[in-house]
Design a protein around this ligand. Structure first.
Ligand code: TMP
Length: 205
């Protein structure tokens, strides 16, 4: 059986993890082996990089930030994701290179094309078979997060206009690659979203 790489994207608080878990459970019920991933922090090295890039206090230059995410991604793809997909597993991951284009590109105002190229270099051009974008307006995302946040997070602490730019960058990425993206309205009921996601994934199996 051919492996698959499926990524979930969207702003903070858009419900990516919930939907990724539901999809993983469903695929396991279909007899598939599922590997869960996330970026940053999907590997041991990645966990150390995640601490730096998300929780370190003080300034990190935007290009340095972009390269830390790319380093995490390079290691994650080389040591975990690509081997799993090559052996026929389904990798379901929270966030991938579209996060870098949206957050470091539009959010931090680096060139989105350059940011994407760095990730493509880092991963030897590894793109997901499917990317599910859970689209949410930044105010709702913020309200959902304020209830659960426990630690200072450098990206979440950014102002609303940063998150508005991230959202429009995501929508632009989805428009540019309609075959790869499934865009869903995040505030819809969890079960309905899960059913739409299953339908799209079923077509790939
Ligand atoms: P999360 O694991 O809770 O989704 O948090 C990850 C944070 O890191 C989130 O605010 C988005 C940000 N991020 C980037 O800025 N660039 C990236 O390439 C990735 C993967 C995440």
């Amino acid at each position: 059986m051919a492996g698959l790489f499926i990524t979930f994207e969207g702003g903070d608080g858009s419900g990516k993890t919930t939907q990724a878990e539901l999809l993983a459970t469903w695929l396991e019920e279909q007899g598939r082996t599922v590997v869960r991933g996330r970026e940053p922090g999907g590997t041991d090295l990645g966990l150390e990089l995640r601490e730096i890039v998300l929780h370190r206090r003080g300034h990190i230059a935007p290009r340095a930030e972009a390269l830390i995410y790319a380093a995490d991604r390079a290691h994650n793809i080389a040591t975990k994701v690509r081997p799993a997909v090559d052996s026929g597993d389904i990798v379901i991951q929270d966030r991938y290179l579209d996060s870098s284009v949206a957050y470091q590109g539009a959010g931090r105002v680096l060139d989105g094309g350059e940011v994407r190229d760095i990730s493509l270099w880092a991963t030897e051009g590894f793109l997901p078979h499917l990317t599910i974008l859970l689209d949410l307006d930044e105010t709702t995302g913020r309200e959902r997060l304020d209830g659960v946040r426990t630690r200072f997070d450098r990206l979440e602490a950014e102002k609303a206009d940063f998150h508005a730019r991230v959202r429009s960058a995501y929508l632009e990425l989805a428009r540019a690659e309609p075959e790869r993206f499934l865009v869903l309205d995040a505030p819809r009921p969890v079960d309905e979203l899960a059913a739409d996601i299953r339908a799209r994934v079923e077509a790939l199996l």
